[in-house]
Design a binder for this molecule. Sequence first.
Ligand code: NCD
Length: 309
Amino acid sequence: MRHFISTRELSAASIYRILSTAEEMRKHPALLSENYIAANLFFEPSTRTKMSFQIAEKKLGMESLDFQMEKSSMAKGESLYDTARTYEAIGADMLIVRHTCAHWYDELIDRTSIPVINAGAGTGEHPTQSMLDLLTIYQEFGTFEDLNVVIAGDIKHSRVARSNVYALVTLGANVYFAAAPGFEDDSLGIPYVSIDEACDMCDVLMLLRVQHERHTSASFHSFSYLANHGLTMEREQRMQRHAIVMHPAPVNRGVEIDTRLVECERSRIFKQMQNGVYTRMAIISILLNEWGVEHDNFAEKYQTIITRQ
Ligand code: NCD
């Protein structure tokens, strides 16, 4: 693993390696052997992902370089490539990038001499979110095989859905979509169920935010969305006892989910955020290790802890 860009090519073994390292980071946090420097280049707004990368870096003993697009030379027209190469030239050991373009990394991969992590690529992928989601599911069920996972919401515009589909299918889960008309994406070959069927049969209900900022028409009605496609109080009652509710957040309260359910017993929404820190610590340390920069081999030390059931 040279960069962490997509879940598409990740093997089950690489995913379990990340999860086990993350579990170990959670239980026994450890500093890296040197003060490496991470450049966090966020070209799109972010609270959770950006802050949890910063906290992950801090817990590993790294320095974080922040970046504000509007105050940077991007405002003078500098490209992503030149910005990234600048951070590399001044001493960054790793680039963590979020960008509106679904394939921003094509400009960088094989053109940098430091690892690159995808922290969100337009409507493309969000692989670190997927890993923290998987860790949350694993902590709950101890396996992925034959779990019924329904991803419900604005599939069409969701990078979270895409990254999770690739990884969950690799791990042997039964993945379904539930989506309002216009929010479907048939390119992924995933079967659809209604939100009512989803609530009856799922082990995991993964809700997605309505991505208003990526919509081209303004025909969305939040009032009827909850009733027709969201998690209402009635639907939550129909879920199996053990089933959990997830959401990558930010949550549109009262749209994807009744506001009273955001912190209900089944909700793992804040747990997901916590897991984001450990998962990102794991990904950073594994990459530094793979590049031969970090010699304390976290990955090897921890890789046997979580294995395929
Ligand atoms: C997601 C994102 O940015 O893609 N949020 C996140 O990273 N926690 C989901 C979203 O914005 O809806």
